[in-house]
Design a protein around this ligand. Sequence first.
Ligand code: MSP
Length: 523
Amino acid sequence: MVPALKAYYITTPLYYVNAKPHLGHAYTNVLCDTFARFQKFLGHEVFFLTGTDEHGEKIERAARAAGTEPRAYVEAIVPHFKELWAKLGVQYDFFIRTTDAQHARIVQRVLRELVQKGDIYSAAYEGWYCTPCESFWTTLQLLEGACPDCRREVKHLAEENYFFKLSKYQGWLISHINTHPDVIVPASRRAEVLSFLERPLEDLCITRPRERLSWGIPFPISEKFVVYVWFDALLNYVTAVRFGEDEAFFRRHWPADVHVVGKDILRQHAVYWPIMLHAMGVEPPKTLIAHGWWTIEGAKVSKSRGNVVDPLALADIYGVDAFRYFLLREVQVGQDGSYSEQLVAQRFEEDLANDLGNLVSRTLAMIERYEGGRYPGYSGAGGSATLAPLLAGLRQALERAMASFDPRAALVAIWELVHGANREIDRVKPWELARKGEEAKLELSQFLGLLGEVLRLVGAALASFLPNASQLILSQLGVSGTPVVADLSERHALAKGRPLTKPAALFPKEAAGERAREARGEK
Ligand code: MSP
């Protein structure tokens, strides 16, 4: 039997449903969507997972504050996430909710097996508890009496609980990370995890007494407890691909190729999760990407700081593609990004409306005027020493950038071509060639053919990043269907004589103009 091909499996974190999604959440999902689309562009089967983390104290408290039950509360919040993903063109394959029956069933089975294996034990716990982080700390771990992660107040607790033997597998994890350099990226985060692992790991408390918290998956060993929200949530990455229930489906997806998370949840993903999998006898994921935070005036964008930015509103003003472009172009994956609407407006006006938008509209307008709206054919980029290497190298530049999870570098490569073409137009001055009449007719046609080829490549190359602009550019060239990597070759150049459509503005400035001026403080 021929073994089934493995799909490229990429995941986002599961978002807490204690509030509506904000800019930080939009970033993670746009990033994952871009990686997923790029793999499809390369011709791979993709399974892209996102979803919501619905249990735990955070959610129970938020529900109570809203005067409702947790179940009713999460039902009301989940649609906001789905609406945002639809709006931003985030094409996931499965949306998991930790309240799904399949998820709870598999989590309970895993727990029973780990108890049988002797990796879970019960013990008395006395120490400090941070409610927002849902984490236990020893007195030594506290920072000036506060939670070492979020610096907020902790409370003293003494209770019986169940613990997972993280410490038993610490040696294995260290050697796994040491022998797999790409298991955590960027390298600075890998170093951070290795340094965290220099100290002995504490076993992980994986239950919460029901009398203190009832909103969780029932702990299958004792009805006095529910499962700790992180132990429940991390397992989503395998429950979504039917671990232990559908072997063929699981094998087709696992191990995950990429988990994308923010740097604040690195330890859970780089330490707890691979150890949980190892204890379960399951291979660890291939790569964990930890991205940075979006900040406003130095502070992390977050619900608790009250400085949230509504991604839906931004996408409405500037358009979905401009919003995606800003997120992907402004920071390198792994670095923090500083958000301001002025920066979004600037990217919109300069890179999108001026550079890309003008290139498309003036090229199509010249083909309309000088060639009667018919594509003059592509005879190679030989005549243009600047454009020839950019056209020939685009595929490799994209593949190289995306292999190192760097969509920013991919966009920079595409824009080199856009800038190069704009500069060539200014140098060649097709309008002067047109004035010369018959004598320059061939030169003019060849140059417009070259520009058309640039647009075709830019349109195809943008597919994973700015899907709408990509479609609009290609449809104006009369090209239909979803582009694939093979399109980035002159073998697929458009046929001479093909009718092109009338230019339509890609990034209409009027809609965003007023807001942009406001953001610059001009009004
Ligand atoms: N529920 C957990 C994750 C469980 S995964 C099995 C959680 N949820 S969260 O809603 O608080 O955060 C989800 C993701 O959003 C995290 O990766 C986090 O880093 C990201 N962001 C939240 N605020 C952010 C910014 N201001 N900037 C960038 N991303 C940030 O943690």
